[in-house]
Design a protein around this ligand. Structure first.
Ligand SMILES: Nc1nc2c(c(=O)[nH]1)N[C@H]1C(S)=C(S)[C@@H](COP(=O)(O)OP(=O)(O)OC[C@H]3O[C@@H](n4cnc5c(=O)[nH]c(N)nc54)[C@H](O)[C@@H]3O)O[C@H]1N2
Ligand SMILES: Nc1nc2c(c(=O)[nH]1)N[C@H]1C(S)=C(S)[C@@H](COP(=O)(O)OP(=O)(O)OC[C@H]3O[C@@H](n4cnc5c(=O)[nH]c(N)nc54)[C@H](O)[C@@H]3O)O[C@H]1N2
Ligand code: SF4
Ligand SMILES: [Mo]
Length: 745
């Protein structure tokens, strides 16, 4: 917008909004006249994107009033999945849904109602609040695949999880299964600047990803074998004397036991398991341990490797501690939850959920870390030191695959209703056929979304949700970081769309929860959240306009003053929290969820190693497939295969191929690339075809190219600590489509 025009005189307001199409939440300026957004652009003053927006951020206006958006509450009138809907008023929808949920509660108990969520996109503390007041412990997300297990393992070991890296003076950054080159562009820009100042970059990724291409050291390991690498690094750092002797002596418990434990985990031992050479393994350990301070950035991969995930997180956490890269300038910071504003946990009303109901949380008998048993233990420690607990929504959840199984089997008890908000489980949860069966079988389902997704299409009610430009946002990692960034609505919600907050509040009020929902709007709730900051402001919008951010003063080495939030007050290399929960106190070696060494017979049938997902441009999970400006950029699904492997299988570049695991098969097109090991296959995630019929059984072609048909959620494939399931490090086979398969292609 030209700087020469007097915007006020022209009747144009500039609103400080944010993009919500990925976690980066880039700052957006929205130019609004007469209630209409005329134009958007990146906010040049925003600290992360500095005015830039990616191809998704740039289509916010097309998203706002896209013809396929759901604008009014829809009530099913035909059979489930038939695609026949009646438009009803918002209040009627809340009334009817509320009545049904109360009926279910009186007949089957509150625990018969579950909620499913996705990655962090909304004010999920309000969902938790609703569930606590209703009395059900069975809320869950697929964030089991996305940092939550990492957070809880690390918090068990050193009392918080460093999700804030102090990279400014870092000399070495490890991106462990992380690819900001495609999944976090603003962060990638920052990393490139730091590399220019001399920071070394290590990338651990089986693919020669956008980020691996910029690394000083690229470690292309076998998918799912991260644990062997981490254990071998611990071995090298201890036995070659590279550890920080002072930090270990003063701040860590269990070093002697750890040294004994890793004695045989040599680089030579790990080489066979990781497909790296002992020299590559040593080079990584040397680079990290000898270039201090350094960081290990979290990436989703380790949360997604299933069975060895928890142990891998433990081993990775130990690496930070051994090198003293914790809470020191330039290293990984233990910030704790904000003491200055109300965290999400303080908005959740967790004290309203009776103990008896907590004990019914599905999966908490087996997967203890991210359910009430582990959460309570960890929250008790963090409260002592930080004065606050981690967010319970996300960190304390029912085990999703077990809830889907409960719907189908009635065990441990019947689950009758599922409230789905901000997720498309058919595409993004594991083992799609299980999810699909459960969604078809559940008695009552409500979905809150922008679009008629395959999941929404199977629902009894679909609730229209307001998008990024229609809602205020507070960005604060899973509701428990020490900083916040605040943005405002550009315009009020269009049509009968509402924010997710209003859905949970209005539903709660329709069921008698009025007294517990004092804030009529999200802005009022946010104002309550930030009021303790003590700014001279009258309302939330004023905070956004005048301040927009709250970044506390950095304080390093806080543990010297307050200790670590663990039972001993030290970093527990030997973890008593894990031990008390029945898990190994030191990280045992566990092979990839499916692998050629433990199961050679399976490997004969499925000789290739599969890794699924990894964010890729232009999509965000299963979103944006209906927006032509985005779809145009990549209109068909692709899997990566090495040309040598493709030649053996007579596959040419661009051929449609089947990718098959024990769970099922899907079609994607072959992308022949040297950037992947000859024994590894990488599939794209998220794919469905909104242009096809959304009625069952087609449901937008949701099984055809959907990589989660291939993944596994069997109990013994899940991480025993957290229950996260396996998307990476599986066994598969690949073959060309035959003539009859090609119909319609
Ligand atoms: N195989 C495999 N599976 C994976 C992954 C992988 O790498 N491989 N990655 C995992 C990861 S890291 C994550 S985070 C999850 C993501 O999983 P999900 O978050 O479930 O992602 P989506 O499938 O895109 O579903 C999100 C839905 O929410 C809607 N939506 C967006 N914003 C809002 C909002 O504000 N309110 C409401 N009510 N709806 C909204 C979108 O339209 C979309 O339909 O997937 C996981 N699944
Ligand atoms: N474009 C785009 N950006 C996104 C998203 C998106 O869907 N699309 N999703 C957002 C979300 S919710 C999240 S959580 C972040 C996640 O972003 P990241 O943490 O970067 O994780 P991914 O992109 O899932 O995977 C990163 C890399 O892991 C590699 N990898 C695969 N298997 C393994 C393995 O077994 N071990 C190791 N070490 N590496 C492996 C993949 O090749 C990939 O390059 O991205 C966010 N940004
Ligand atoms: S989708 Fe693009 S513009 Fe939007 S927050 Fe993510 S990186 Fe920023
Ligand atoms: Mo994620």
């Amino acid at each position: 917008m030209s700087k020469n025009i007097d915007l006020t005189q022209a009747g144009i307001e500039v609103k400080k909004s944010a993009c919500y199409f990925c976690h980066q939440n880039c700052g957006v300026l929205a130019y609004v006249k007469d209630g209409k957004v005329l134009k958007i652009e990146g906010d040049p003053e925003f600290p992360t994107n500095h005015g830039g927006l990616c191809c998704r951020g740039n289509i916010a206006l097309q998203h706002l009033d896209h013809p396929a958006r759901i604008n009014y509450p829809l009530k099913r009138v035909g059979k489930r999945g038939e695609g026949k809907w009646e438009q009803i008023p918002w209040a009627q929808a809340m009334e009817e849904i509320g009545t049904k949920l109360l009926q279910i509660r009186s007949e089957f108990g509150a625990e018969a109602v579950a909620t499913a969520g996705g990655t962090q996109r909304t004010d999920d503390w309000s969902r938790r609040r609703f569930m606590n007041l209703f009395g059900s412990p069975n809320g869950f997300h697929n964030s089991h695949l996305c940092w939550i297990p990492t957070f809880m393992v690390e918090t068990a070991i050193y009392g918080w999880c460093p999700f804030e890296l102090d990279m400014g003076s870092s000399r070495c950054l490890i991106l462990w299964g992380q690819n900001p080159g495609a999944a976090g562009m603003p962060e990638m820009h920052h990393i490139r600047e730091l590399q220019e100042k001399g920071m070394k970059l290590i990338v651990i990724d089986p693919r020669f990803s956008e980020t691996a291409a910029k690394a000083d050291l690229w470690l292309p390991l076998r998918p799912g074998s991260d644990l062997a690498l981490a254990l071998a690094w611990i071995h090298v750092i201890i036995y070659e004397g590279l550890f920080d002797q002072e930090f270990v002596a003063n701040c860590c418990e269990g070093f002697g036991e750890l040294a004994d434990h890793v004695e045989n985990f040599t680089p030579e031992w790990a080489a066979e398991l990781t497909w790296l050479t002992p020299e590559q393994i040593r080079a990584g350990a040397y680079m990290y341990a000898m270039n201090k301070p350094g960081n290990i950035q979290w990436g989703t991969s380790v949360d997604q490797i299933g069975r060895p995930a928890g142990s891998t997180m433990h081993a990775r956490a130990i690496l930070r501690a051994l090198t003293g890269n914790l809470d020191a300038p330039g290293s990984d910071l233990l910030t704790g939850p904000s003491p200055d504003f109300l965290t999400d946990e303080e908005m959740e009303a967790n004290d309203q959920l009776p103990e008896e109901q907590k004990s019914k949380q599905i999966g908490s008998d087996r997967f203890k870390l991210v359910t009430w048993p582990g959460y309570s233990k960890i929250a008790e420690q963090t409260r002592k030191v930080w004065g606050k607990a981690p967010t319970a929504e996300w960190m304390c959840e029912a085990h999703p695959p077990s809830v889907f199984r409960a719907i189908l089997s009635g065990k441990p008890y019947q689950v009758k209703a599922l409230l789905v908000s901000a997720t498309n489980p058919i595409n993004s949860y594991g083992e799609t056929k299980l999810v699909l069966d459960a969604l078809k079988a559940v008695d009552f389902m409500v979905t809150c979304d922008y679009w008629m997704t395959p999941t929404a299409a199977l629902s009894d009610y679909v609730i229209p949700i307001a998008g990024a430009l229609e809602r205020p946002t507070i960005t604060s990692s899973y509701g428990c970081s020490d900083f916040l960034l605040a943005s405002q609505r550009a315009i009020p919600p269009m049509y009968e769309r509402r924010n997710d907050y209003n859905f949970w509040r209005d539903l709660g009020c329709a069921m008698g929860q009025q007294e517990m929902w004092p804030w009529a709007t999200v802005e009022e709730a946010y104002y309550a959240k930030i009021a303790p900051l003590g700014y001279d402001i009258e309302n939330y919008d004023e905070f956004v306009e005048r301040y927009r951010f709250h970044f506390p003063e950095r304080e390093y080495f806080k543990y010297q003053r307050q200790g670590f939030a663990t039972p001993s007050g030290k970093v527990e290399l030997y973890s008593t929290v894990l031990k008390d929960l029945g898990y190994p106190p030191l990280p045992p070696y566990i092979g990839p969820t499916e692998n050629e060494i433990d199961d050679p017979e399976l490997a004969r049938e499925f000789p290739l190693v599969l890794t699924t997902g990894g964010g890729f441009m232009p999509y965000h999970h299963s979103e944006h497939f209906q927006i032509k400006e985005v779809r145009f950029l990549r209109h068909e699904p692709y899997m990566d295969i090495n040309p040598a492997t493709a030649a053996e299988l007579s596959i040419e570049d661009g051929d449609w191929v089947w990718i098959e695991t024990k769970r099922g098969r899907i079609k994607q097109k072959a992308n022949l690339t040297q950037g992947i090991h000859p024994r590894v296959i990488y599939t794209q995630r998220g794919w469905w075809y909104p242009e096809r019929s959304m009625a069952a059984p087609e449901l937008g072609g949701c099984l055809e190219s959907n990589t989660n048909v291939l993944t596994t959620t069997a109990d013994d494939h899940c991480d025993p600590y957290s229950g996260s399931w396996a998307n990476r490090g599986l066994l598969c086979r690949v073959y060309k489509l035959n003539a009859s398969d090609m119909e319609g292609k």
